[in-house]
Design a protein around this ligand. Structure first.
Ligand SMILES: [Zn+2]
Length: 347
């Protein structure tokens, strides 16, 4: 069992490190379809999900988030798998609980954007409430330690998610992270910092951003959130090199072809380990309490975050050590020609 809950850790002033990004990682491994973006792998190949969770624990995550991203009624209905909805959710939650218990860390359930929200449409609000309710109830029954609502586009939908967690979550804490696209406001045009403050005031345990932007363009918005929110805040960028011209990873272009890179070719604009380390250092300096990575995350990136926060997860045994490298390590005369030919910049 876990030694300390989410709120206890945050109230103690501890950081909570959270690996997200299972969708893209499952796709890279060949178990998820771009376009559908649904976590069918939970039912089709549960061992792959178990393994991804264990690898992120090995790399330093404090939380195993159940892989239910897009595992909601609307998405599964679109895919003709609506009858699998409950089984998928319970299986994903069960796998996450199992890995969290093996390693004594937290398990979080995950809600996400329903993709059907529209402003001022009470009948759609009702459908969304029902979707969140069923997922929250399964999360409680399967033993989640807290509930995340992530990658939410609209303030209005974030509010519905928070209300569902408060109403049906049996007191479990709610972490609400929204997406900031090109403008610094939600899709329903609430300035990001204001949206976070309102969610905090409405009772969310943690508020902030996930997905949408890479470190370089998310950090300035996080600074604004830190200025207005009094409680714990979250930052979980994608691991892509977004710029002032292309603030979102979905707008990035391949520097060679000039074509949009998302979704199939985003590897051409991926961050480096140094970019991720810099992000983690900035997040620490700003006073972000709940730090993680979203799409593009991989264990070698997450280990950088863990190390910045003074953690020593198992993966640190294999952190880079260039002194052991023939091409880049300590100089030996016999290597000099090889180094020159290889162009490593070392003599
Ligand atoms: Zn993401």
């Amino acid at each position: 069992m876990t030694s300390k809950g989410l709120l206890e850790r945050l109230n103690n002033g501890e950081h909570v490190l959270v690996a997200e990004g299972y969708m893209l990682e499952a796709e890279r491994r060949g178990y998820l379809k771009i376009g559908a973006f649904a976590p069918e792998v939970v039912l089709d190949n549960p061992d792959v999900v178990r393994s991804m969770h264990r690898e992120f624990v090995h790399a330093g995550t404090d939380v195993v988030e159940a892989f239910t991203y897009y595992g909601h009624r609307e998405r599964l209905k679109l895919m003709g798998r609506e009858e699998d909805l409950e089984k998928l959710n319970r299986t994903a939650l069960g796998i996450a609980r199992e890995v969290a218990d093996e390693t004594g860390i937290l398990m979080a359930a995950g809600l996400c954007s329903t993709t059907i929200y529209e402003e001022n449409k009470p009948e759609i609000d009702e459908r969304i409430r029902a979707m969140f309710k069923e997922q929250v109830e399964w999360a409680v029954e399967e033993g989640a330690d807290y509930i995340i609502a992530e990658t939410i586009n609209d303030y209005g939908e974030a509010k519905l998610a928070l209300e569902a967690i408060q109403q049906y979550g049996k007191g479990l804490p709610a972490v609400i992270t929204i997406v900031c696209y090109n403008p610094d406001k939600t899709l329903d045009d609430v300035p990001i910092a204001e949206a976070c403050l309102k969610l905090e005031e409405a009772g969310a345990a943690v508020v902030g951003l996930n997905c949408g932007r890479g470190p370089r363009t998310m950090v300035p918005v996080i600074r604004e959130i830190r200025k207005v929110c009094k409680g714990p805040i979250a930052a979980l960028p994608v691991t892509f090199r977004t710029t002032e011209e292309s603030r979102t990873w979905t707008s990035l272009k391949d520097p060679d072809t000039g074509k949009h890179a998302w979704p199939s070719n985003v590897s051409c604009v991926t961050c480096t380990r140094d970019d991720i380390r810099l992000f983690a250092e900035e997040a620490k300096n700003i006073g972000v309490n709940y730090v993680g990575l979203c799409c593009g995350n991989a264990p070698f990136f997450f280990r950088e975050v863990a190390e910045v926060f003074g953690r020593k997860p198992g993966a640190c045994k294999y952190s880079p050590d260039l002194s052991l490298s023939v091409l880049a390590g300590d100089s030996k005369d016999s290597y000099s020609k090889l180094r020159e030919y290889a162009g490593t910049g070392k003599k």
